[in-house]
Design a protein around this ligand. Structure first.
Ligand code: FES
Length: 118
């Protein structure tokens, strides 16, 4: 198990909310769904939209730029852009779907800690 970094506090992150935090100079999205906490890369693998400025529904985050969706449980792609037809095909050809990297999160008292990337 790796080292953890304190990134926020439980009292600063209400249920259903996500925010951008900094971990060792890296932008990380931190989200709370009920009493579960998730952390993932904040930048969308499509064209680097800021995912924390998008929408959170359950554990699925929607990118504010072109609507790609990722599940924060493991980072897998739920939808690659909100486009359809030829535009979707071109988007996939130009940049193939890629998941977001997720990180382990633990809570100690009021502290939210995220595992440092290797
Ligand atoms: S930058 Fe996120 S969907 Fe395009």
């Amino acid at each position: 198990m790796g080292d953890y970094v304190e990134v926020s506090s439980v009292s600063e992150l209400p249920d259903g909310v996500m925010k951008k935090v900094s971990m060792e100079g890296k932008q990380v999205l931190l989200a709370r769904v009920g009493n579960d906490y998730y952390a993932a890369d904040n930048l969308c693998p499509h064209l680097r939209g800021s995912l924390s400025e998008g929408r959170l529904e359950g554990t699925v985050v929607t990118c504010p730029r072109h609507g790609s969706q990722f599940d924060l449980k493991d980072g897998h792609v739920v939808r690659w852009t909100e486009w359809s037809g030829i535009k979707q095909s071109l988007a996939r050809t130009f940049k193939s779907p890629r998941p977001i990297k997720t990180y382990e999160v633990k809570v100690e008292g009021d502290k939210i800690l995220v595992e440092k990337p290797e």
